[in-house]
Each structure stands twice: as C-alpha cells, then as structure tokens.
Design a protein around this ligand. Structure first.
Ligand code: IPM
Ligand code: MG
Length: 361
C-alpha cells in the first residue's frame, strides 16, 4: 500500500518524538511491504519562525493532500505574549478545522507494568481501559463572537445539533466494539449547549440499543475519573471539557508520555478517512532538545493512524505489541524511571517490529 503521510514535528520535544514515530513507521513499512511517501512541514512556533505564520497555506494544502498527518506538539513560552492569531496553538486549531477532524479519540489504559508509576493507588486504577471521544472542531475553541476589548473579554460556546450528532455516532459505534457503554459528559444544569448536547445524544442512543448510555455532569465526571475509573468505557464530551478531562485521565496511565490520539472526520468521496495523529502530551519545553522525551505517545499515534486511516490492523498490532514489550522490558525513558534516550526507545521498538508476524488470513 502507498502511505502518503505529512509529518509536522512542531515545537519543543515534538521533533524528537516525531523522529522516533517516523523511524517506527519506516520499520513497519519495510517489514510489511508498504511504500512510505513521507513529507515534512512546519507548524506552531517552528512555522512562525520559518514562515511567519503558525500554519501556512502551503502546509494546509499539503495536509489536505496527504492520507494522514502525523503531528508532534505545538507551543513555546517565547510566544506566550503573542496575539491569539499568532500563537503556535492557532496552527493546530486551524489544522483541525481545515481537515474537519471533528472527533478526537484518546484511549487511556492502565498498563499493568505502569500501575506503580501512577500517583494513584493501584487498586483504584488497575483494569482501567477507557476511550475519550472529544468533539474537536466546535464549542468554545471556535465559537464567535470572541475577542478582547480592554477590560472586557468574551468567548462563545456554541453547538449545532448536527455537530453533536456526528461525534456522538462515532462514540456509539466505538462503544459497540468495546464494552458497550457511553458516558456522555456535559454541564446541562447550567449551560444551554449542554442541554442540547444531552438531548441529541439521547436521541442518537436510540439507534444503538445494545449500548448503555449514562449522563454525567462534568464536575462529577472529573471526580469519578480518579475515584472509579473502571466505570468508564467510552467517555463522550465537548471540546473544552474533553481537553481538561483527557489530561486528568492521563494520570491513570502512569505517564502522559505514553498516550496517543487520533482525530478523524467524515470519510472522503474516495473512501479515505482523513486523520490527524498526535501524542496527547505538549511540547514540554523544559526537557526539549535533551533527547530524553518518551516517544511512546507519538509511536502509539502511528499505530492509530495505520489502523484508522489505512485499515492496516496487523501493522497497528505489531506496534502495540512492541509498545507493551517495551513497557515490560524497557529500556524505559526518564518519565518512567529509566535512563534510555528517546532514540534508544525507538530503536528497541523497531528491533521487535522487524520480527513481527502477519496474521494468516
Ligand atoms: C490538546 C492541546 C491543545 C488543545 C492545545 C495545544 C491547543 O491541549 O490537544 O489537548 O487545547 O486542544
Ligand atoms: Mg490539552
């Protein structure tokens, strides 16, 4: 298969972890006989530096023309005083909008070998296996009017029924192939957008009789995530709540460095599913350029890419198996108490992938 991928390493540790993700992608392509057509571009602070804008028109075009986009991270403290349109983060938000990837999937698992790495008690988090489905192109992040006018600043939280329905359908579809439960998180006791959210999600649920639906208010959901994380299977929520809850959920996994994400939209006319794949962690400027960042979130994002955008299950499984083995045997990076460099971790993964097997069909 031809794999046409645009890589946007971005800022901070983004380039370091993306280099390992690309390395793994190359190993998978070699092992399984695919042709990798990889191009690179700038996003975020790196794009501000190179092109004067956080996401150039040319990069947008390249992203739309690719089958999938691999992204590192965006954001650097030196740009913190920039106007919103000239911040690195704006590049990522524009890219999500450009690709119309409205559903952000963030799987969170308590890997047995990492249970001790979490500050939470083992008996609380053992067995946790949840999937956050975060709406990604609406809500407060994009609503207008927005602005700042002297001592008055304002943002708008807005949702249409269609925006809610399409992301809810993805959550229910996914729940069907998991444990059959959707927890929809909102703030319906206060917000009109949440009242519509609850109503639409309840209607969508009627099409999925095998899936159980529960509604949870976001403040309670934040507490339940650390009190009783095993109660969650698919957690469906709007953009801002999803942003916050997914960082909280990362604590369950032991390190935010191991978490991956996929952002997908509607299938294109040619049958392809556009996708943006990125680790959940940020640019981590404090450890950038030291070669110590954990590349597993980026590598796991490649597995999600192979599965979602290309339908390559064996290839995705080969990566997942290598990741599990790495978590058990190392060599681990500093966030997990080890001393391995980012590239040593990538090399270990590649060595295992080179001997991975294809499932006989
Ligand atoms: C995330 C990040 C982004 C977001 C930032 C970098 C704009 O925190 O992907 O969770 O808020 O969506
Ligand atoms: Mg976030």
């Amino acid at each position: 298969m031809q794999l046409k991928i645009l890589s946007l390493p971005g800022d901070g540790i983004g380039p370091e972890v993306t280099a390992e993700a690309e390395k793994v992608l190359e190993c998978v392509a070699t092992r399984f006989g695919h042709h990798l057509e990889l191009t690179r571009g700038h996003i975020g602070g790196a794009a501000l530096k190179a092109e004067g804008t956080p996401l150039s028109a040319a990069t947008k075009r390249a992203a739309s023309a690719a089958d999938a986009v691999l992204l590192g991270a965006v954001g650097m403290p030196e740009y913190d005083r920039n106007a919103p349109a000239e911040r690195p983060e704006k590049g990522l938000l524009d890219l999500r909008k450009e690709l119309a990837v409205y559903a952000n999937l963030r799987p969170v698992k308590a890997y047995p070998s990492l249970v001790g790495a979490s500050p939470l008690k083992a008996d609380r988090i053992e067995g946790t296996d949840l999937l956050i489905v975060r709406e990604l192109t609406g809500g407060l992040y994009f609503g207008t009017p927005r602005g700042i006018d002297g001592k008055h600043a304002f943002n708008t939280m807005a949702y249409t029924a269609d925006e809610i329905e399409r992301v809810a359908r993805i959550a229910f579809e996914l729940a069907r192939s998991r444990r059959g439960k959707v927890t929809s998180v909102d703030k319906a006791n206060v917000l009109e957008t949440s009242q519509l959210w609850r109503q639409v999600v309840t209607e969508v649920a009627r099409d999925y009789p095998g899936v159980e639906l529960e509604h949870l208010l976001v403040d309670n959901a934040a507490m339940q995530l650390v009190l009783a994380p095993r109660r969650f299977d698919v957690l469906l929520t709007e953009n801002m709540f999803g942003d916050i809850l997914s960082d909280e959920a990362a604590v369950l996994a032991g390190s935010i460095g191991v978490l991956a994400s996929a952002s997908v939209g509607a299938r294109r006319e040619d049958g392809k599913l556009p996708g943006l794949y990125e680790p959940i962690h940020g640019s981590a400027p404090a450890i950038a350029d030291k070669g110590v960042a954990n590349p597993i979130g980026a590598v796991g994002s490649v597995a999600l890419m192979l599965e979602w955008s290309f339908g390559l299950r064996d290839e995705a499984r080969a990566i997942d198996a290598a990741v599990s083995r790495w978590l058990d045997d190392g060599p681990l990076t500093a966030d997990l108490g080890g001393t391995a460099s980012t590239s040593q971790a990538g090399d270990a993964l590649c060595a295992w992938i080179r001997t991975a097997h294809r499932t006989p069909s």
